[in-house]
Design a binder for this molecule. Structure first.
Ligand code: NAI
Ligand code: BGC
Length: 268
């Protein structure tokens, strides 16, 4: 733990039992933040993240909530305040894919993806904003009254055939994030997006598990490596810190160049 620039702060990271959320929770804890590790189904995985944080000298609890359910979300934020007394950082990370060809996509799969990826960010951000506004700036702890980080994707700008529910949710996150950033800036609340490229997690296992799939995936990544959850964790910890105090209302892409139209490198 060399850089403790989130010391004295506490955070909720949704979907923190797996993949990017786990990487973000560990990075925030390493920077000194106390963590509520939200999980949906996998208590054991959440407990492992909590144990790792505690073993490294941090403080954390696991908490079950479905981010698409208003009551679950309200219960989670109330629990966070009961345990930690205040709150400084929300990372809206929970998300999922339900892929299908457009003409075969069921309304259920559309609603599940929008409900989790987009409505989930609305419900969590609203609770966080209420707390941050009531709390105000905690002098000596952070320059902002609160920080909200929205996990978006390169697919907030790259269209994605076969994944229209997912791409629509991420495109929605972009203007959701910018609009609340505009509304909440006068109250000294910063809202930022992170747009990861392909990060090696369970969500995209099919795209990296076999050597053939990985080779095909790498043609989309000029930097020629798949991303790791730590790549996103370090960025989230920095964005949450006062080092990034003048950053609000924008998405930072961490994608090894995936948004650089790699197909044009020797064409067009
Ligand atoms: P993952 O599948 O490892 O993790 C997703 C997490 O969200 C899991 O913990 C899951 O339980 C949780 N979750 C799903 N529905 C939930 C609900 N209703 N309530 C609470 N938690 C719920 O996948 P990964 O890759 O770590 O994804 C995390 C975020 O990063 C997602 O928003 C995803 O869209 C985004 N992302 C992932 C990229 C990748 O290449 N892995 C790239 C760009 C964005
Ligand atoms: C998706 C992954 C995909 C990545 C790059 C993410 O938003 O969840 O499945 O590998 O974008 O296309």
């Amino acid at each position: 733990m060399d850089n403790q620039n989130l010391k004295g702060q506490s955070a909720i990271v949704t979907g923190a039992d797996s993949g990017i959320g786990k990487g973000v929770a560990l990075a925030l804890a390493q920077a000194g933040a106390k963590l509520l590790v939200n999980y949906f189904h996998n208590l054991q995985a959440a407990n492992e993240v909590v144990s790792q944080i505690i073993d490294e000298g941090g403080e954390a609890i696991a908490y079950q909530a479905d981010v698409s359910k208003e009551h679950d979300v309200q219960r989670m934020f109330a629990h966070h305040l009961d345990v930690f007394g205040s709150m400084d950082i929300l990372v809206n990370n929970a998300g999922l894919q339900k892929d299908a060809k457009f003409v075969d996509m069921s309304l259920d799969d559309w609603n599940t993806v929008i409900g989790t990826n987009l409505t989930g960010q609305f419900l969590c951000s609203r609770e966080a904003a209420k707390i941050f506004i009531q709390q105000g700036i905690r002098k000596g702890i952070s320059k902002a009254a609160g920080k909200i980080i929205c996990m978006s994707s390169v697919h907030e700008v790259i269209p994605w055939a076969g994944h229209v529910n997912y791409a629509a949710s991420k495109g929605g996150i972009s203007l959701f994030m910018k609009s609340i950033a505009q509304e909440l800036a006068p109250q000294k609340i910063r809202v930022v997006g992170i747009g990861p490229g392909a990060i090696q997690t369970p969500i995209n296992r099919d795209a990296w598990e076999s050597p053939e799939a990985l080779t095909k995936l790498l043609t989309l990544i000029p930097y020629n490596r798949i991303g790791q959850p730590e790549d996103i964790g370090k960025l989230a910890a920095w964005l949450a810190s006062d080092e990034a105090d003048y950053i609000t209302g924008t998405t930072i892409f961490a994608d090894g160049g995936m948004t650089l139209y790699p197909g044009f490198a020797d064409n067009g």
